[in-house]
Ligand binder design. Structure first.
Ligand code: PLP
Length: 375
């Protein structure tokens, strides 16, 4: 088996960290210094166009993506509030579960993992629950590869006065996101996917309405209290409460510089090319994609159905033995699909190498073909 240093990371995150980014994060730096404040300010500024916002507050959260999702819940709501949660995959369902743990009343909609979120179903739920304060939706559902129609969900939610909460963990930086134009109120992302950095830092963007909700919210909160993050950012020099994950901030700043140098439009086109490459390859081999009812697919990953009887875990091991890490499927496709990440620093050449290796693996004898799917 290849060791981790040489393994090509083709999972849908964490993904490969460019040398330049790794290097940027090796410099020891104290978090209460002008230099760190500058790095933080530059990072948040450079995120602004990727979020597609002029005015939103963009807050760093010390933790991975889930910390960002949890921060959204504990800051925006009051106990007993109702939320309509789109659950067409693992991460939508995870956010719904989180909200429930904090005592919210969660109305789960669009629970079919084979389909994209249907705005009409969200509208029906809101009609049945006019008290709902928010709708949550995952932009790129990393478990299935669905790209959910955030703008249309937001339109429906806003028409009924509900806040729009978006998980953009595996989309932001890899595909256009339009916080302002779509009318999003809270959008969460994290460092280890399209932002090409180590795990450990999340970001939460807040609209004016969400910011007001944060100040009014009455759920208990401490480490993830966004009021203290807002206060630390608003000081003479932007800082974060407590010790910041300094090295990850430095990495993300460098990654954002790289995205700016390549040009966000070029980065998004590269992601679309890689996705087209994988899907074209699958079509020529007669392989399907998970989610037969998915209307639009994320450019950042592909959940690929394996030939009948081929086990996803065995494929993953065989791929790792050949130096490439891909992920297995999720939910009903846990054993029958693999997920290939094509995001962040990944290039078409990496995709080509992955697909050539997958061809080799699918022809090889070292796969468990004994158990047909569903048996
Ligand atoms: N949301 C989405 C869409 C994700 O893909 C992930 C992780 O893969 C998460 C949330 C959870 O983030 P983390 O594992 O960084 O806590």
């Amino acid at each position: 088996m290849s060791d981790n240093a040489t393994l090509l990371l083709m999972t849908p995150g964490p993904t490969r960290i460019p040398e330049r980014v790794l290097h940027a994060g090796t410099r020891p730096l104290h978090h209460r210094t002008p230099e760190f404040s500058d790095a933080l300010a530059e990072t948040l500024d450079r995120l602004r166009p990727l979020y597609g916002t002029v005015d939103a507050d963009i807050l760093p959260i010390h933790g991975t993506g889930r910390a960002g999702l949890e921060a959204a819940v504990v800051n925006v709501f009051d106990p007993g509030d109702t939320v309509v949660a789109c659950c067409n995959g693992k991460f939508g369902a995870m956010w719904a579960d989180l909200a429930e743990i904090y005592g919210l009343r969660v109305i789960r909609v669009c629970t079919d993992w084979e389909r994209t979120v249907d705005p009409a179903e969200v509208a029906t739920a809101l009609e049945g629950h006019p008290e709902a304060r928010a709708v949550s939706v995952v932009h790129s559902e990393t478990s299935t590869g669905a790209l959910n129609p955030v703008s249309r969900v937001a339109e429906v939610a806003r028409a009924r006065g509900a806040l729009v909460l978006v998980d953009a963990v595996s989309s932001l930086g890899g595909t256009p996101f339009r916080f302002d134009a779509w009318g999003v109120d809270v959008a969460v992302t994290s460092s280890q996917k399209c932002l090409m950095s180590s795990p450990g830092l999340a970001f939460v963007a807040l609209s004016a309405a969400a910011r007001a909700a944060v100040h009014r919210g009455s759920l208990p909160r401490a480490y993830l209290d966004l009021r203290s993050v807002l206060a630390s950012l608003a000081g003479e020099r932007p800082e974060t409460p407590g010790t910041a994950p300094v090295m990850v901030v430095l990495q993300v700043r460098e990654a954002l510089r790289m995205i700016d140098e390549e040009g966000p439009g070029v980065v998004f086109a590269r992601h679309r090319d890689m996705a087209a490459h994988v899907r074209g390859w699958a079509a020529t081999r007669g392989l399907g994609l998970a989610g037969s009812g998915i209307l639009e697919r994320s450019p950042t990953l592909t959940a690929l159905l394996l030939p009948d009887g081929v086990d996803a875990a065995a494929v993953r091991v065989a791929m790792r033995n050949r130096g490439i890490d891909i992920a297995t499927g999720r939910g009903t496709h846990r054993t029958s699909a693999v997920r290939i990440g094509h995001l962040g620093d990944i290039r078409v050449a990496d995709v080509e190498r992955t697909l050539a290796t997958l061809d080799e693996v699918l022809r090889s004898d070292d796969l468990c073909r004994a158990t047909p799917h569903g048996a």
